[in-house]
Design a protein around this ligand. Structure first.
Ligand SMILES: Nc1nc2c(c(=O)[nH]1)N[C@H]1C(S)=C(S)[C@@H](COP(=O)(O)O)O[C@H]1N2
Ligand SMILES: [Mo]
Length: 480
């Protein structure tokens, strides 16, 4: 496996590394319930957990192959051939696969077989412990060295330098300043603008796509009168709009943290699409990323006047690689899986009746406006606070409808209105704060929000599948 990883590194093909290719195939085959469980349990560490799990599986399989090989050498060889076949199949079935991607799995299997001969010979019959240990240590050292070499070669192929070289133009339409009171100042409170390093990440990319802006183009085609292809330089020369927009994930559970608010800079998507002149009857934008991921977005939503952006910057810097460098979509009011395509390279104007995207093929809703959410951020669950005046505060969002009211409740007492912090517009989340005269004992705090259309969050709990979780967030604390 290490030799295969080294080969992938030499070829500069991360998606052909057996571990990453098999992991990516695993992600694609993961049923929705398991994916939701992984995101709930591990959040943005879900991929690390997957790789550790696969690594453990490989170790177990290697033991089994080794034991089999001691009985019959060809059983061991067959086991290694199977390994190579799985790796090669996984690499070749990636959406971005090329013929060379078959090489690492094949080379790796050959190296494994070559290593099996001397290892089994030294481990059968009269075992010379010294020779066995030395041989094993030698193989392990070569393996560790080549695995690290492969990793190093792949890590070197990244676009961090190209990202640093991007010069961002000034916006032609500036964001309104964030109002002074937008941030509720309490220890432990969510920050109104989420810093890039702390912004949640959700995607299917086991390896981050490394897209050089010099090679990047965006193609707009399909049901259009005039197909377009633009380069990154052309994109930066367009009039750019800067807006504060909150992004949230459909997998976010009640009380969850898969949402963030950033200042985005990008080209208005509607203007770009209109230049391509969509044909009557089109109702979907099928967007594709450099790594072959697809997302579908209702075309009319993007054209309805909201600030849908083809974004190039986040909080004043070029998009971080993990958030879609060099360009991504951001559409206020839609969950990320139906709007926020990172590393976007292709927009096909089509119909929902004709084309399906990755998640909608797996049963998620085609139309997924963000559901109204509210969360208690302070005090934290199971906190102990002193009786008397206690500040309760949190965050609520209903992008593009706006949050008009937040109410809070202690145990089964009356619902009371919280004070709402000011916001720059309808497309960001909104902080709220309330003062409570806390009495000793255990208490449950609850929150619910009402959006700009007058609809209050329903109490019924629903899981994220197929179009977003519902329910009131509650926190249990102790007052003494
Ligand atoms: N290329 C690509 N874009 C993607 C995804 C993905 O898996 N691949 N996931 C989407 C989902 S489900 C969400 S919630 C947002 C998350 O964006 P972030 O990681 O920048 O927070 O990206 C969206 N864009
Ligand atoms: Mo998501």
């Amino acid at each position: 496996m290490s030799v295969a990883e080294l080969t992938a590194g030499v070829l500069g093909r991360a998606t052909a590394s057996p571990l990453l290719a098999v992991g990516a195939g695993f992600i694609d085959l993961t049923p929705v319930w398991l994916k939701d469980f992984a995101i709930r349990r591990f959040g943005s560490n879900d991929k690390l957990v997957l790789l550790l799990g696969l690594g453990a599986g490989v170790v177990v399989a290697a033991f089994v192959i080794g034991l089999l090989a001691r009985r019959r050498l060809w059983w061991g060889l067959a086991g290694l051939a199977l390994f190579g076949a799985v790796a090669t199949f996984a690499a070749m079935t990636r959406p971005t696969a090329r013929l060379v991607d078959a090489v690492p799995g094949l080379v790796g299997a050959a190296a494994g077989m070559a290593a099996l001969f001397p290892l089994t010979r030294s481990a059968t019959g009269d075992v010379d412990r010294r020779r066995l240990l030395l041989g094993g240590a030698g193989v392990a050292a070569v393996a560790a060295g080549s695995a690290m070499g492969g990793r190093f070669l792949l890590a070197r192929r990244n676009v961090a330098a190209a990202r640093r070289a991007v010069r961002l133009p000034a916006p032609s339409s500036r964001a309104l300043p964030v109002p002074a009171g937008a941030q509720v100042r309490l220890p432990g409170m969510t920050t109104f603008t989420t810093p890039n390093p702390g912004f949640y990440r959700v995607d299917t990319a086991l390896t981050l796509p490394q897209v050089d802006p010099d090679d990047w183009t965006l193609r707009i085609h399909g049901m259009v009168e005039r197909p377009i292809e633009i380069t990154f330089d052309e994109l930066l020369r367009r009039p750019l709009t800067e807006r504060d927009i909150t992004l949230s994930c459909v997998s976010n559970e009640v009380g969850g943290t898969l949402a963030g608010n950033a200042r985005w800079l990008g080209a208005p998507l509607a203007a770009l699409l209109r230049e391509a002149r969509p044909r009557a009857g089109a109702d979907q934008i099928l967007s594709r990323s450099a790594d072959g991921m697809t997302l579908s977005t209702p075309l009319q939503t993007v054209l309805d006047g909201r600030d849908a952006l083809l974004a190039v910057a986040m909080n004043g810097e070029a998009l971080p690689i993990r958030h879609g460098f060099p360009a991504r979509l951001v559409v206020p009011g839609l969950y990320g899986y139906v709007s926020a395509t990172k590393w976007v390279v292709d927009l096909k104007i089509t119909r929902f009746a004709t084309d399906q995207a990755y998640w909608t093929r797996r049963g998620y809703a085609e139309r997924a406006p963000v559901k109204t959410f509210s969360r208690i951020d302070v005090p934290k669950p199971f906190a102990r606070v002193k009786a008397g005046r206690v500040a309760i505060a949190g965050t609520a969002w209903a992008q593009h409808r706006g949050v008009d009211a937040v109410e809070w409740q202690v145990d089964d007492g009356p619902w009371r209105r919280a004070e709402l912090a000011p916001v720059p517009g309808l497309d960001t989340w909104r902080q709220w704060v309330a003062e409570w005269n806390a009495t000793p004992g255990p208490h449950t705090l609850r929150v619910r929000a009402t959006d700009g259309t007058g609809a209050t969050q329903p109490e019924d709990r629903a899981r994220p599948f197929p179009d977003g979780a519902t329910g009131w967030h509650s926190v249990v604390i102790t007052v003494n």
